[in-house]
Design a protein around this ligand. Sequence first.
Ligand SMILES: *Cc1c(COP(=O)(O)O)cnc(C)c1O
Length: 415
Amino acid sequence: MTDLRQRALDLDAADELAPFRGRVVITDPDVRYLDGNSLGRLPVATRDRLRTFVDEEWGGDLVEGWSRWIELPASVGDELGAALLGVGTGQTVVCDSVTVNLHKLALAAVRRDPARTVVVTDDDNFPTDRFVLEEVARLAGSEVRVVHTDIDEGVSVDAVRAALGPDVALVSLSHTAYRSGALAPVAEIDRLAHEAGALTLWDLSHSVGSVPVDLSTADLAVGCTYKYVNGGPGAPAFLWVRPGLAEELRNPVPGWFGSASQFAMDAAYTPAPGVRRFLTGTPPVSGLVAVEEGVRLLADAGLSRLRAKSVALTSYLVELADAWLADHGVRVASPRDPVRRGGHVVLEHPEAWQLAQELRARKVLPDFREPDRIRLGPAPLYTRFVDVHDAMAELRDALVTGSHLRHPAARAVVT
Ligand SMILES: *Cc1c(COP(=O)(O)O)cnc(C)c1O
């Protein structure tokens, strides 16, 4: 056995979070799953809870279940906010998708002050974010001011500063860059935006459940729950509004769930106090109970322990990439300083797509992002150091033998 593999086994033996691997469903122990940043594993508690939910709550309680279900968007939001965002109660709700929540909050922010209509974002923001912000600006009769971001370095404070002015309503960026893992300097950008009189809206999709974020200077945030929060495919997203701000904003997709008196069936819409006004229609209850279990599992593990293990996992991965893969043309495209890096590591290679297919054939699940990037997200809740070791050993073997070249270079529909 190599010294590096022994070190992985030693790190696993000393890992306080190791028992949490037993709390997720693992059907094939040979699979090295490094895509927890795209779809988290299924918690055992969630599987059990969904079974009970289907049999007893939906099947048994029928419509009477709503007396409890109705509170879930706010109560699950409070639990998620407390455990993963470090915010107080009454500021977070779980509903809709990231895309829809971003649309609601961004348009509300842009309409707050008619003198300000410009939205600032960057050209490396996640595609759905850019599509939403373009439409929000169009609806507001304005434009998106797109700043350039180096896809390895992450968003540049100087570029954001240069884009700010008295016409800017909103700065909307991602906290962890999906293509590099680079972290944006939230407090610094919040300060600059506020000096210019703009609000900030952060997309935390690639952070929540893995990377702590300090929202004490921010105004608005959204994020998803099917990545590190393990809520399951299509689980509802969350949105967060800083205390006091919701009253200044109108939900541009109003609905009865966000009205002050939902069952009064009033003729006129009066928004509910606080963040609840950003609810729209009937929420997906099975998804909400799954998010609740996912949040509770992460809360048990503790976000600071998760972050510490995540930093150790990604640092170990970078070390192996340097030792084994650099000579084969692989470049680490993520920040080397763990303070500037989120929960995933990106490796760049001209044959990345073929390498990703070869890894899958070897029971290592990475994901691939254009143009030539393998993205490895070792979720700290259930990934072992030895999984990282063995995945990287497979990648090295593929590069040494050229076995990946048997796969087509043309992309599949889902990469
Ligand atoms: C995953 C992700 C999304 C996904 O949005 P959906 O509406 O849930 O499809 C959006 N933004 C970022 C930054 C993401 O990482």
